[in-house]
Design a protein around this ligand. Sequence first.
Ligand code: SAH
Ligand code: SF4
Length: 372
Amino acid sequence: MVNLLNLNQPQLADYFNSIGEKPFRAKQLMRWMHHFGVLDLDQMTDIAKVLREKLRQETEFKLPDVQLEQVSDDGTRKWLIGTNNLKDGTANSVETVFIPEDDRGTLCISSQVGCALECTFCSTGRQGFNRNLSVSEIIGQLWVANHSLRQAEGYNMLPASDRIISNVVMMGMGEPLANYDNVVTAMQIMLDDSAYGLSRRRVTLSTSGMVPAMDRLKEDCPVALAVSLHAPNDALRDEIVPINKKYPIKDLMAACERYLVKAPRDFVTFEYVMLDGVNDSIEHARQLLDVVRDVPCKFNLIPFNPFPNSGYGTSKPMQVRAFRDMLMQAGYVVTVRKTRGEDIDAACGQLAGKVLDKTRRTQRTIAIQPGE
Ligand code: SAH
Ligand code: SF4
């Protein structure tokens, strides 16, 4: 069975071609599945009955399972998306978060079950890695959120253009560029006018700095870029964002400059998690200004969101203000991210889901730090 939710429009056109149908069927089907959110062939009345019958036999619309939906006091919503229930009944799951604001609604999407990159302050990273999400599991998060928000707002078949979700950020669990092909295909569906029709400026991919994949992305699917910098020198970044040992800050900055040539926005957003006493001094801010010198950018300071046994503390508000002011005085736009959905553990870096760790990281960590 072909899962039609795994395909972007050109792939769908190829499929129709392969069964002797006209490629324009791809556009019709994209509109039903993604624009209107309809997955029932009987409702797709502009598709001939014979073809619908053929599709019923050869294809399916397989969405990821929603195990739980939670709503926070501040309106933030979180879905626990189950991926595969294994024989022993244990689930492997990821999380999707919707953050409503006055002028927009942002959906934060996951790309992997766990993450292999081991950033020390990240709860997903601590859990280890299980597997990549498929295209339908990635775009399915947008489908499911759209569907559930429409129902909550009392609309049924509202087209995706009257959107509640205006922005997507690839900032949930996982490193999106480590699941390159599936993430790019899913983002192409987000941008497709027959599907969700989001503008490139309203889709943001966040990466910890996988330089070669950043170079590919600017050619294949240039969307807004956020880079998780978190440290202003290689010694510290090697420690807290270990991928830095492979792609050090200088190479990362050069990749950002190259990206901007093709990017839909004229700046990169540098994310910087504020860790008490680790990376939050005025001297760190000074070094930071020096390393980003050649890259047009904005800063997003993220107060560290604690999780059990993290070993880190949240920077004091005074320290965050001093750090922010230092960057602002140098002429940069700086936002300090407000924590949303704390009561349902939906804040940045708290997304945990359930990861059946294939890397055995948890066991390794316990073996190394028996006292913790
Ligand atoms: N893997 C990608 C995207 C997912 S993480 C990346 O690293 O960019 C999204 C953002 O949340 C990243 O900037 C990440 O560093 C940050 N983050 C991770 N753990 C956090 C925590 N405990 N508190 C605050 N932010 C955190
Ligand atoms: Fe992975 Fe991003 Fe977490 Fe690092 S911060 S471990 S790259 S999800």
